[in-house]
Design a protein around this ligand. Structure first.
Ligand SMILES: [Ca+2]
Ligand SMILES: [Ca+2]
Ligand SMILES: [Ca+2]
Length: 183
Protein backbone atom coordinates (compact mmCIF):
# COMPACT_ATOMS: atom_id res chain seq x y z
CA UNK A 1 0.00 0.00 0.00
CA UNK A 2 1.11 3.55 -0.62
CA UNK A 3 1.92 5.55 2.50
CA UNK A 4 0.21 8.89 3.07
CA UNK A 5 3.42 10.65 2.02
CA UNK A 6 3.72 8.64 -1.20
CA UNK A 7 0.07 9.29 -1.93
CA UNK A 8 0.60 13.04 -1.54
CA UNK A 9 3.50 12.90 -3.97
CA UNK A 10 1.59 10.90 -6.57
CA UNK A 11 -1.34 13.30 -6.29
CA UNK A 12 1.13 16.09 -6.97
CA UNK A 13 2.35 14.19 -10.03
CA UNK A 14 -1.24 13.73 -11.20
CA UNK A 15 -1.89 17.48 -10.92
CA UNK A 16 1.23 18.07 -13.04
CA UNK A 17 -0.18 15.97 -15.87
CA UNK A 18 -3.72 17.31 -15.53
CA UNK A 19 -2.86 20.23 -17.80
CA UNK A 20 -6.52 21.03 -18.44
CA UNK A 21 -7.18 21.02 -14.66
CA UNK A 22 -10.42 19.07 -14.86
CA UNK A 23 -9.57 16.36 -12.32
CA UNK A 24 -8.92 13.48 -14.69
CA UNK A 25 -6.30 12.67 -17.30
CA UNK A 26 -6.98 12.19 -20.95
CA UNK A 27 -5.34 12.65 -24.31
CA UNK A 28 -6.02 16.41 -24.27
CA UNK A 29 -3.81 16.90 -21.21
CA UNK A 30 -0.88 15.31 -23.02
CA UNK A 31 -1.51 17.38 -26.14
CA UNK A 32 -1.68 20.51 -23.95
CA UNK A 33 1.72 19.69 -22.43
CA UNK A 34 3.28 19.35 -25.88
CA UNK A 35 1.71 22.60 -27.04
CA UNK A 36 3.02 24.35 -23.96
CA UNK A 37 6.49 22.94 -24.57
CA UNK A 38 6.30 24.31 -28.11
CA UNK A 39 5.36 27.75 -26.75
CA UNK A 40 8.17 27.70 -24.18
CA UNK A 41 10.69 26.62 -26.80
CA UNK A 42 9.26 28.61 -29.70
CA UNK A 43 8.78 25.53 -31.85
CA UNK A 44 6.37 25.70 -34.75
CA UNK A 45 3.77 22.94 -34.81
CA UNK A 46 5.28 21.83 -38.13
CA UNK A 47 8.80 21.52 -36.80
CA UNK A 48 10.38 18.10 -36.48
CA UNK A 49 10.97 18.67 -32.75
CA UNK A 50 7.29 19.37 -32.20
CA UNK A 51 6.19 16.35 -34.21
CA UNK A 52 8.61 14.03 -32.41
CA UNK A 53 7.53 15.30 -29.01
CA UNK A 54 3.88 15.05 -29.96
CA UNK A 55 4.18 11.38 -30.87
CA UNK A 56 6.19 10.64 -27.75
CA UNK A 57 3.56 12.19 -25.49
CA UNK A 58 0.66 10.54 -27.29
CA UNK A 59 2.51 7.26 -26.95
CA UNK A 60 2.96 7.98 -23.26
CA UNK A 61 -0.75 8.68 -22.89
CA UNK A 62 -1.76 5.57 -24.79
CA UNK A 63 0.51 3.42 -22.63
CA UNK A 64 -0.93 4.97 -19.48
CA UNK A 65 -4.49 4.59 -20.69
CA UNK A 66 -3.98 0.97 -21.64
CA UNK A 67 -2.49 0.05 -18.29
CA UNK A 68 -4.28 2.34 -15.85
CA UNK A 69 -7.76 3.00 -17.18
CA UNK A 70 -10.20 0.45 -15.88
CA UNK A 71 -13.16 1.85 -17.78
CA UNK A 72 -13.54 2.38 -21.47
CA UNK A 73 -14.02 6.11 -21.18
CA UNK A 74 -10.57 7.22 -22.39
CA UNK A 75 -9.83 8.82 -19.06
CA UNK A 76 -7.59 8.04 -16.12
CA UNK A 77 -8.94 9.05 -12.73
CA UNK A 78 -6.87 9.88 -9.66
CA UNK A 79 -7.79 6.54 -8.09
CA UNK A 80 -6.62 4.67 -11.19
CA UNK A 81 -3.46 6.79 -11.22
CA UNK A 82 -2.65 5.83 -7.62
CA UNK A 83 -3.25 2.13 -8.29
CA UNK A 84 -1.07 2.40 -11.40
CA UNK A 85 1.80 3.93 -9.43
CA UNK A 86 1.49 1.48 -6.58
CA UNK A 87 1.99 -1.30 -9.14
CA UNK A 88 4.73 0.60 -10.96
CA UNK A 89 6.98 0.93 -7.91
CA UNK A 90 6.69 -2.80 -7.30
CA UNK A 91 7.97 -3.54 -10.78
CA UNK A 92 11.61 -2.35 -10.96
CA UNK A 93 11.99 -3.04 -14.67
CA UNK A 94 8.91 -1.09 -15.64
CA UNK A 95 9.83 1.71 -13.24
CA UNK A 96 13.33 2.03 -14.73
CA UNK A 97 12.02 2.04 -18.29
CA UNK A 98 9.36 4.63 -17.56
CA UNK A 99 11.57 7.00 -15.59
CA UNK A 100 14.36 6.72 -18.14
CA UNK A 101 11.89 7.62 -20.86
CA UNK A 102 10.55 10.60 -18.88
CA UNK A 103 14.10 11.75 -18.20
CA UNK A 104 14.98 11.52 -21.90
CA UNK A 105 12.00 13.78 -22.60
CA UNK A 106 13.20 16.33 -20.04
CA UNK A 107 16.64 16.43 -21.63
CA UNK A 108 15.26 16.42 -25.18
CA UNK A 109 13.22 19.50 -24.39
CA UNK A 110 15.34 21.46 -21.95
CA UNK A 111 18.99 20.57 -22.30
CA UNK A 112 19.60 22.95 -25.16
CA UNK A 113 23.36 22.60 -25.33
CA UNK A 114 23.09 18.83 -24.91
CA UNK A 115 25.75 18.62 -22.20
CA UNK A 116 23.64 16.31 -20.03
CA UNK A 117 23.08 18.96 -17.37
CA UNK A 118 20.06 20.97 -16.34
CA UNK A 119 20.49 24.47 -14.92
CA UNK A 120 18.22 26.34 -12.50
CA UNK A 121 16.66 28.26 -15.40
CA UNK A 122 16.08 25.07 -17.36
CA UNK A 123 14.47 23.49 -14.30
CA UNK A 124 12.20 26.54 -13.97
CA UNK A 125 11.06 25.99 -17.58
CA UNK A 126 10.46 22.34 -16.84
CA UNK A 127 8.31 23.25 -13.82
CA UNK A 128 6.24 25.71 -15.85
CA UNK A 129 5.66 23.04 -18.49
CA UNK A 130 4.04 20.91 -15.79
CA UNK A 131 1.66 23.37 -14.23
CA UNK A 132 4.07 24.45 -11.49
CA UNK A 133 5.13 28.03 -10.96
CA UNK A 134 8.73 28.51 -12.13
CA UNK A 135 9.39 30.68 -9.04
CA UNK A 136 9.90 27.50 -7.04
CA UNK A 137 13.05 26.66 -8.98
CA UNK A 138 14.93 29.45 -7.24
CA UNK A 139 14.19 27.89 -3.85
CA UNK A 140 14.29 24.22 -4.72
CA UNK A 141 17.17 24.03 -7.15
CA UNK A 142 19.94 24.98 -4.67
CA UNK A 143 18.65 22.20 -2.36
CA UNK A 144 18.46 19.65 -5.18
CA UNK A 145 21.91 20.65 -6.43
CA UNK A 146 23.70 18.94 -3.59
CA UNK A 147 27.26 19.56 -4.80
CA UNK A 148 26.38 23.22 -5.50
CA UNK A 149 27.85 23.38 -8.99
CA UNK A 150 24.76 24.99 -10.47
CA UNK A 151 23.78 21.93 -12.49
CA UNK A 152 21.81 18.73 -12.17
CA UNK A 153 23.22 15.79 -14.08
CA UNK A 154 21.01 13.01 -15.38
CA UNK A 155 22.21 10.72 -12.59
CA UNK A 156 21.35 13.32 -9.94
CA UNK A 157 17.85 13.66 -11.34
CA UNK A 158 17.34 9.91 -11.57
CA UNK A 159 18.33 9.60 -7.90
CA UNK A 160 16.04 12.48 -6.86
CA UNK A 161 13.13 11.02 -8.81
CA UNK A 162 13.74 7.65 -7.21
CA UNK A 163 13.37 9.33 -3.83
CA UNK A 164 10.23 11.09 -5.00
CA UNK A 165 8.68 7.78 -6.06
CA UNK A 166 9.84 5.51 -3.28
CA UNK A 167 10.87 7.37 -0.15
CA UNK A 168 8.71 7.51 2.92
CA UNK A 169 11.04 9.93 4.67
CA UNK A 170 9.35 13.34 4.96
CA UNK A 171 12.78 15.02 5.08
CA UNK A 172 14.14 13.45 1.89
CA UNK A 173 15.39 16.09 -0.54
CA UNK A 174 13.92 14.31 -3.57
CA UNK A 175 10.39 14.89 -2.25
CA UNK A 176 10.81 18.52 -3.28
CA UNK A 177 11.90 17.91 -6.84
CA UNK A 178 8.64 19.22 -8.31
CA UNK A 179 8.01 21.89 -5.69
CA UNK A 180 5.63 21.77 -2.73
CA UNK A 181 3.50 18.64 -2.69
CA UNK A 182 1.36 18.61 0.44
CA UNK A 183 -2.33 19.18 0.10
CA1 LIG B 1 -7.39 16.67 -17.45
CA1 LIG C 1 22.52 21.93 -20.50
CA1 LIG D 1 25.11 19.63 -9.16
Amino acid sequence: MLSELQKQKFIKLFSMYDACSNGHLDRKDFEAIVNKAARIKNWSSRSAKYQTLFYKYIDKWEGLEKTASQGKNHQVTLTEWLIYHEALIQDPQRYEAQVQEAMDLVFDIFDDDGNGEISMEEWASFLSLYNISPVYSEFIFPILDQNQDGALHKDNLLELIRTFYFSDDPEAVGNLIFGPFRY
